[in-house]
Design a protein around this ligand. Structure first.
Ligand code: B12
Length: 408
């Protein structure tokens, strides 16, 4: 046994926790209140035996064990953030699938890497991919998708992902859940530290200033903000007078249609749509949604306009929709498919909620696809959730239309 592994094993020898005690520590960890780091350490230690055993069973070489343990621990920590102690009995039964998945992914990557090395492919492919990636970045000011690297190099997506890693494409990934927990905690701390009577009086003044032409609303808001009224509270205070702003999503039609020529692909789309109408009695219907705080709506509008010109029935949801609202609109409009357009990295939080909402409303028959700026390493997680296809930047509209008809 290597000394580093020995050192690790000595450092993590913790006692196994009873369910009740573990859940208490999980709640403390999730609340991020005093002592959460100690709680995290205790939980990791108490589950270390399982992770070490699993790492041994996955490892092909001794030196891989520590890497596998670290993959397992990361997956355990990820599960710790999402685990709901009120719904699930034990953390490990919830997390084991993720831990095994992380170790399996590591194993696959090592094997792939090994195969590449043996076949001598790695250097020539990496070079070809790197040139393509640099060229793409210069032209489009962003990285190409893994599927386009795969296409360009004539390899599978799994290989392309490895090549992309070898070509040093680093993607910054933010753990939305952790950020959310932190922000809620900050908001709570602010609310706990202020004088509530002062806050209530100032919020009343914000409403008054909204109504009056004498008072300066901006001045009152600055005063309120200084006394730690939140933006949400001030907005609510103004809403009493002005109402809530509702956004209308306007799309235009005919522009895309005018520009398209009757090529083989267009004829194919026409034929597929005709076939679809014959089978289902109506046109394929898609709802394009923008959920969360993501205001990038150009892709969504482009897709909605083009698809409607190609013969789809298209509905467009408003900006800033919640996943529940999107699901309800899809159900009410009786669509075949929801097209989520996501460019601000909300997909890992919003898409699971959308799927959950469809399921809760017994509408899982409605298919879901995603489009926009989504890091390729998140594709599999979306597919696991039941997303039928992810369409990245540079999506060819006509090819996407054919694929979408097939999905429906
Ligand atoms: C234009 C732009 C903006 C504009 C948006 C204007 C608007 N009304 O849309 C402005 C300036 C407002 C903006 C603001 C911000 N932006 Co911006 N923005 C962009 C930019 C440069 C282009 C996006 C775009 O319009 N592309 C053109 C459309 C046509 O392409 P598309 O949306 O990708 O759509 C295609 C495909 O993705 C696909 N598709 C998309 N949706 C769908 C849906 C379906 C159903 C299907 C089938 C296909 C599909 O098909 C389309 C056609 O091929 C991108 C960088 C980039 N190159 O992508 C950054 C980018 C999206 N922005 C980014 C960021 C960080 C921001 C800000 C947070 C910046 C800030 N700190 O304030 C804010 C967020 C504002 C908000 N609330 O959302 C990041 C997002 C990073 C991430 N995802 O992790 C990006 C990727 C830039 C970067 N590399 O960092 N932005």
């Amino acid at each position: 046994m290597s000394t580093s592994l020995q050192k690790y094993l000595t450092s993590v020898r913790g006692s196994i926790l009873e369910a009740e005690e573990e859940n208490k520590l999980i709640k403390l960890f999730q609340s991020k209140s005093k002592g959460w780091e100690d709680a995290q350490e205790k939980i990791v230690k108490s589950n270390s035996l399982y992770i070490v055993k699993l790492a041994y069973s996955f490892a092909q070489k001794n030196e891989e064990i520590l890497d596998l343990i670290s993959e397992g621990n990361l997956a355990l920590l990820e599960s710790l953030v999402k685990f709901d102690p009120n719904k699930e009995a034990r953390l490990l039964s919830y997390a084991s699938y993720r831990i095994k998945g992380a170790m399996l992914a590591y194993r696959k990557k090592q094997n792939l890497f090994f195969n590449f090395k043996v076949s001598g492919e790695v250097s020539s492919l990496a070079k070809k991919a790197k040139e393509y990636i640099l060229d793409f970045k210069l032209k489009h000011n962003q990285n190409p998708s893994v599927s386009s690297i795969a296409k360009h190099c004539g390899i599978k997506e799994s290989k392309a992902l490895l090549i992309a890693e070898l070509a040093d494409i680093n993607v910054l990934s933010i753990d939305n859940e952790k950020v959310r927990v932190k922000q809620i905690k900050r908001l709570k701390d602010i609310k706990d530290s202020r004088d509530i009577n002062e806050v209530n009086n100032l919020l009343k003044k914000v409403t008054e200033a909204s109504r009056s032409s004498e008072l300066n609303l901006l001045e009152v808001c600055v005063e309120a903000a200084k006394k730690r009224c939140t933006v949400g509270e001030m907005t609510e205070a103004m809403e009493k007078v002005f109402g809530r702003h509702t956004l209308s999503s306007k799309t235009i039609s005919g522009v895309y249609g005018k520009a398209i020529k009757h090529t083989e692909k267009i004829n194919k789309i026409d034929a597929e749509i005709e076939k679809f109408i014959e089978n289902k009695g109506r046109r394929p219907r898609m709802l394009v949604v923008k959920m969360g705080q993501d205001g990038h709506d150009r892709g969504a509008k482009l897709i909605a306009t083009a698809f409607s010109d190609l013969g789809f029935d298209v509905d467009v949801g408003p900006l800033f929709q919640t996943p529940e609202e999107a699901a309800m609109q899809a159900i009410d409009n009786d669509v075949h498919i929801i097209g989520v357009s996501t460019l601000a990295a909300g997909h890992k939080t919003l898409v699971p909620l959308l799927m959950k909402s469809l399921k809760n409303n017994k509408a899982s028959n409605i298919k879901v696809i995603c489009g926009g700026v989504i890091p390729p390493q998140d594709y599999d997680a979306l597919y696991e959730l039941g997303v039928s296809k992810v369409f990245g930047p540079g999506t060819n509209i006509q090819e996407a239309a054919i694929e979408i008809i097939n999905i429906i």
